[in-house]
Design a binder for this molecule. Structure first.
Ligand code: SF4
Ligand code: SF4
Length: 209
């Protein structure tokens, strides 16, 4: 190899090294920016304490239907996989049962974190807002905002009214049984000091956005 070839090879190696360095710096930067974002979210305060013990995944009753287990979701957060986390079906399959939180040895509130992720996924259009699960999530919030409490018949009709009339009939039997037992109210409930609640919800929405 003559001098010129040697210099060219040296330059090529240098460029290669540089590219690798930039790639690693970029990924480190995006990784830490996602982690920083998560640390500020309700439920995400101590995600860095996770020891990947798997108790959350082992306790989760809906794990079988999830794309990634709660433990994997936490690991993906550590790795800065923002897009994958926010577009994952896992955050929508979570039934908010709190089993993972109750058993986590590091007191990581995955249940609340999943809710925060759902809000973020809706805000940033990672999901189809008209899909049944986001629609359920949005309608739930709107109804609580409106009455101060849940009104199940309205929730059901909002979710199913256009999409699936057959499902509405399917739930009619269950609705009737609940009604007979006094577990369902036809009239929408109203709480006292509903305005206070609306103000709180409005304030939290502002802080989140
Ligand atoms: S139970 Fe807690 S510490 Fe264990 S893997 Fe799940 S989040 Fe991490
Ligand atoms: S809160 Fe969600 S993630 Fe945690 S155990 Fe229950 S269903 Fe699974």
């Amino acid at each position: 190899m003559n001098n010129m070839q040697h210099n060219m090879q040296h330059q090529k190696d240098k460029n290669g090294e540089g590219m690798k360095l930039v790639a690693s710096l970029t990924s480190k930067r995006s990784r830490s920016s996602f982690v920083k974002e998560l640390l500020k979210m309700p439920g995400g305060e101590n995600i860095l304490d996770c020891i990947q013990c798997g108790l959350c995944a082992g306790s989760c009753p809906t794990r079988f239907a999830m794309e990634y287990s709660p433990m994997q979701i936490i690991k993906m957060m550590h790795l800065g996989m923002r897009e994958k986390v926010l577009s994952s079906s896992t955050i929508w399959i979570c039934s908010s049962c709190y089993a993972c939180y109750a058993r986590c040895p590091r007191a990581i509130n995955i249940t609340t974190l999943m809710m925060s992720l759902r809000n973020l996924a809706i805000r940033e259009s990672f999901v189809d807002r008209k899909g049944v699960k986001p629609k359920f999530h949005i309608s739930f919030f709107e109804i609580v905002n409106k009455y101060g409490r849940m009104h199940e018949p309205e929730l059901l009709t909002r979710i199913l009214k256009k999409s699936d009339l057959r499902s509405l009939f399917h739930f009619a039997g269950l609705g009737w049984r609940l009604l007979k037992k006094g577990k369902l109210q036809i009239r929408a409930p109203k709480i006292e000091q509903g305005t206070d609640l609306s103000n709180i919800l409005e304030k939290t929405s502002e802080e989140e956005s």
